[in-house]
Design a protein. Structure first.
Length: 115
C-alpha cells in the first residue's frame, strides 16, 4: 500500500473531522491532495498542496477545510470544519509529481455528515 487514508466517520452537520494520509514506498509526493466521490456522482477535487506548501481549494470547501503537509514523513491532513450533509462522500488522497498529475491513489475513507 502506497497511500493510506484514515480519519473518516459519522458527524453531525456543523461538526468537524480530520483526515490523514500517509505515503510509503516509492510514492512520488511533490504534490498531494484530496478528492471525493459522493454516491451517484463523479469524483471531484477538494484540495491539494505542493511540496512548497502552496495550496488550492475547491470553491465549495474554501474557508471550511484546511490542507497541510509534513514533508519529513510525508503525510497530509485535511481539517474539515463546519461540515455539511453535501460533504458526505468517500474521500481519497492522491499524490504525484505535480499538481496536474495524480498517479498514486489511496483506498478512500468514508465521511458521512448527518443533518
Amino acid at each position: 500500500v502506497q497511500l493510506q487514508a484514515s480519519g473518516g466517520g459519522l458527524v453531525q452537520a456543523g461538526g468537524s473531522l480530520r483526515l490523514a494520509c500517509a505515503a510509503s514506498g516509492r510514492t512520488v509526493t511533490n504534490a498531494m491532495g484530496w478528492f471525493r466521490q459522493a454516491p451517484g456522482k463523479e469524483r471531484e477535487f477538494v484540495a491539494d498542496i505542493a511540496w512548497n506548501t502552496v495550496t488550492r481549494y475547491a470553491d465549495s470547501v474554501k474557508g471550511r477545510f484546511t490542507i497541510s503537509r509534513d514533508n519529513t514523513k510525508p503525510t497530509i491532513d485535511l481539517q474539515m470544519n463546519s461540515l455539511k450533509p453535501e460533504d458526505t462522500a468517500l474521500y481519497y488522497c492522491a499524490a504525484g509529481p505535480n499538481l496536474y498529475t495524480w498517479n498514486s491513489w489511496g483506498q478512500g475513507t468514508l465521511v458521512t455528515v448527518s443533518s
